[in-house]
Ligand binder design. Structure first.
Ligand SMILES: NC(=O)c1ccc[n+]([C@@H]2O[C@H](COP(=O)([O-])OP(=O)(O)OC[C@H]3O[C@@H](n4cnc5c(N)ncnc54)[C@H](OP(=O)(O)O)[C@@H]3O)[C@@H](O)[C@H]2O)c1
Length: 314
């Protein structure tokens, strides 16, 4: 079977660039959408990244969310669209803009698979999430609704915790590197969490696009060796550095109370941490009907274990 042609939207982003990399590595003809104003923003790093994609064989396509026709034209050139539109409040958050992409895909009428920007907790399971963090899930559900109403073939990727946001910092709020002496532990620290290397997110994502087993399904990336409690993750780090850290346990009420006085983006983050590390929202369910697990579907992917991932921080 010929490999699908893929358009990646948000390909310069944190996870988008890993999806571009995986798409090229897997031999897909890869198109990367970029906004027309790229050269005028003087963002040399972003431009150089796009040029490096081109050097590796990608096709750069100009298109804008404020120009419907440009989106339709871009979509018409491919079989599959993957969106990695921004969705982390601490950076940028434009999830709802994807409705315009859904409209373009609907009009183009040729797309065999659309993967919207999800790549986190499954928003379909977060109906009871706390304010204000629930905005992420509510908006992702709104995009799902538009996709399903337009009957666009799709796959939703639930990528759990990216190692860079949640692993290397063990996962402490307000920092991205491991603490040296003391580590805050959420509750008893025994809730199971799933950590994933971002390059593996890219690879598993690409593996799903031509796979009939993942059509109109949610795929969870839940690599078995990376299902770890916070205390287990900290222990891995302690072994790597040969030193024990002092553990300060934070009861749930105290953690939630810390939201008071914080900025909006930080409040969103506290809510997400609460659901992950206190409630166990990533692991408190079985993967069932209409759902798949990526490492089972693609055992050939030699995913990065967290002991290797954390070595980057030594
Ligand atoms: N599981 C986890 O731990 C985790 C962590 C973080 C994020 N996520 C999820 O991953 C997904 C992607 O997030 P990310 O952090 O990778 O995103 P990001 O790096 O902040 O941004 C991704 C892309 O969005 C594009 N974008 C933003 N506004 C745009 C606009 N107006 N028009 C066109 N493009 C626009 C950017 O293109 P330009 O640079 O051209 O603007 C960029 O390439 C989100 O759904 C997010 O919720 C998950």
């Amino acid at each position: 079977m010929e490999k699908s042609k893929v358009l990646i939207v948000g390909g310069t982003g944190y996870v988008g660039k890993r999806i571009v990399k995986a798409s090229l590595a897997e031999g897909h003809k890869t198109y990367v959408l970029h906004r027309p104003e790229i050269g005028l923003e003087l963002d040399i790093d972003k431009l150089q990244m796009l040029l490096s994609f081109k050097k590796q064989g990608a096709v750069l396509i100009e298109g804008s969310f404020s120009d419907h026709r440009s989106l339709v034209d871009a979509v018409k050139q491919v079989d599959v669209v993957i969106s990695a539109m921004s969705g982390a409040h601490l950076r940028s958050h434009n999830i709802l803009m994807q409705i315009k992409l859904v409209d373009a895909i609907k009009e183009a009428g040729n797309i065999k698979r659309f993967l919207p920007s999800e790549f986190g907790m499954d928003p379909g399971r977060m109906g009871d999430a706390l304010e204000p963090g629930r905005v992420t899930f509510d908006e992702k559900m709104e995009v799902r609704k538009a996709i399903e109403e337009a009957q666009i073939p799709h796959t939703y990727i639930s990528a759990n915790c990216f190692g860079g946001w949640f692993g290397g910092n063990l996962p402490q709020m307000g920092r991205l590197t491991p603490p040296k002496d003391q580590v805050f532990i959420y509750g008893d620290g025994n809730v199971k969490v799933v950590y994933v290397d971002e390059d593996d997110v890219g690879m598993y994502t690409i593996k799903t696009i031509d796979d009939p087993r993942t059509l109109n399904k949610t795929v969870y990336i839940r690599p078995p060796d990376n299902i770890l409690t916070q205390l287990q993750l900290v222990e891995i780090w302690e072994k790597l550095v040969g030193k024990k850290l002092e553990k300060i346990h934070i009861p749930a009420e105290e953690f939630l109370a810390s939201m008071k006085g914080m900025g909006y983006a930080e409040q969103v983050a506290v809510g997400h941490f609460y659901h992950i590390f206190y409630e166990g929202c990533l692991t408190n369910f079985e993967i069932g009907e209409g759902q798949e697990e990526a490492s089972q579907l693609y055992p050939e992917v030699n995913y990065t274990r967290m002991d290797d991932y954390l070595k980057q921080y030594l």
